[in-house]
Design a protein. Structure first.
Length: 139
């Protein structure tokens, strides 16, 4: 914990705000005065809707192609309904994937999952890369 606290202090001295330095840890691990990561950092809340929207858009485009390939349906539904099908599928895919993403651990940090299960703490710095490199030099 000492090395994590030292890094935390270095980041604070580099004028990176407390809210930009969340910590992920198992629920039973104490964080003392470090700020706990929010749901967006702990779960797959943000990446999941991106994937779901992409998959939903592809399914919607396939459904649109199927509707347009039917001659009688293409004449009556092609202009308005078929783009709406794609949009609805994108929104549906993003929404359902987002709801499922809350229940899944963060997939952007898979190499740390075993250490987190063993009780380690993961310090995350949420800033633009160039802002970090301008203010803090890695030892």
């Amino acid at each position: 914990m000492r090395s994590g606290r030292k890094r935390h202090e270095q980041l604070l001295l580099a004028r990176i705000g407390e809210r930009h330095i969340p910590v992920i840890a198992r629920e039973d691990v104490t964080l003392d005065d470090l700020s706990n990561a929010g749901m967006a950092q702990q779960t797959d809340l943000l990446p999941a809707p991106e994937r779901g929207g992409t998959i939903g858009g592809l399914v919607g485009a396939a459904a649109r192609a199927a509707v347009v390939s039917i001659p009688s349906a293409a004449a009556t539904l092609g202009g308005i309904v078929s783009p709406a099908i794609t949009l609805i599928r994108v929104l549906f895919g993003a929404g359902t994937a987002g709801m499922n993403g809350i229940a899944v651990p963060n997939t952007r940090i898979p190499r740390f999952h075993d250490a987190l299960k063993d009780g380690a703490r993961l310090l995350i710095v949420v800033v633009r890369t160039h802002a970090l490199s301008e203010t803090w030099h890695y030892p």
